[in-house]
Design a protein around this ligand. Structure first.
Ligand SMILES: [Zn+2]
Length: 300
């Protein structure tokens, strides 16, 4: 059976390794439904959504994990988010009017940029990690992120086209404290060996192959345990409260000015394209309801 919109965890019974496999189809199509980008931007957005879902699976938290790619190139901003409930959404914002060739590299797309990983944790402190965008691919940047921020050697393969997105993540578990030099050496050799094997996995093969077949193909010599599938969905976090907060942050005068000029304020969610419309009465109510929400200093 073809598995789609599915996240599967696996571990090696005979080695300190673990990983996740992911394939998105309808969730990916829903996430990009209102975004009409050049193929190379679509592919990067799909890879980012696959990556953020794998990161969410690999890191323990309750809340939302956000992957932000920021730069000064043709694509200055790309955001991908996944919650602990495996709801994802994402948006890419190329420069207006930019012509983006199919052959554009990550450097050409992003330019001198950064990869920012943020966790809004419901049950603890929020945290953020930043790595420079180097290495030519999103997966190389994320491997660096894991190495520097999480001290976890990690290998990632990502792939996406207009219909599907897929990802594969493999991690080396930390050594126990009592591990001797021999044990460390064996762990190191094993990691080198599986890294080489994983480097043979191509993007097309990842998109097309079922997880059990793929694991067998890559690691036939090892004993692996594959866990039950987790469903991944598209889900937007926008809602009237968030939009109201955004409008309040504009300030009453500016909101009234827009209503005077345009008859109403229309805000469209950039992730799901749901429109929110506020006419003169809505705006008056918005500012009458919660005077405390006006930021200090904005009332002179
Ligand atoms: Zn939305």
């Amino acid at each position: 059976m073809r598995e789609v919109d599915s996240l599967r965890r696996f571990l090696f019974e005979d080695a300190p390794l673990r990983g996740h496999w992911l394939r998105l189809e309808s969730s990916w199509r829903a996430a990009r439904e209102h975004q009409d980008h050049p193929p190379v931007v679509t592919a990067l957005l799909g890879e980012a959504l696959a990556a953020v879902t794998l990161l969410a699976a690999a890191l323990k938290f309750r809340g939302t994990l956000t992957l932000q790619v920021r730069g000064k190139g043709l694509l200055p901003l790309l955001i991908a988010q996944c919650t602990h409930e495996r709801k994802l959404r994402g948006v890419a914002q190329p420069l207006e009017g930019a012509e983006i060739p199919d052959t554009a590299t990550l450097e050409e797309l992003i330019g001198d940029g950064q990869l920012v990983v943020t966790v809004d944790n419901e049950e603890g402190m929020p945290w953020q990690g930043i790595v420079p965008l180097t290495g030519g691919t999103l997966s190389a940047c994320l491997e660096r992120y894991f190495e520097t921020s999480e001290q976890l050697p990690t290998r990632l393969v990502l792939s996406a086209d207009g219909h599907r997105a897929a990802g594969f993540l493999l991690q080396k578990l930390p050594s126990p404290e009592h591990a001797g030099e021999g044990e460390e050496g064996r762990r190191h050799d094993l990691w080198e060996e599986v890294s080489v094997l994983l480097a043979t996995l191509g993007g097309r093969e990842l998109l097309d192959t079922e997880v059990d077949v793929l694991l067998h193909r890559l690691f036939a010599e090892h004993d692996l345990r594959l866990f039950e599938s987790e469903v991944v969905r598209f889900g937007c976090r926008c809602g009237p409260e968030r939009i109201a907060a955004l409008l309040r942050s504009l300030g009453e005068d500016e909101a009234q000015d827009i209503v005077a000029e345009q008859g109403a304020i229309t805000v469209t969610c950039e992730f799901c394209h749901r429109p929110y419309r506020y006419d003169a009465i809505d705006v008056a109510q918005l500012f009458a309801e919660t005077p405390a929400a006006i930021p200090p200093g904005s009332m002179n």
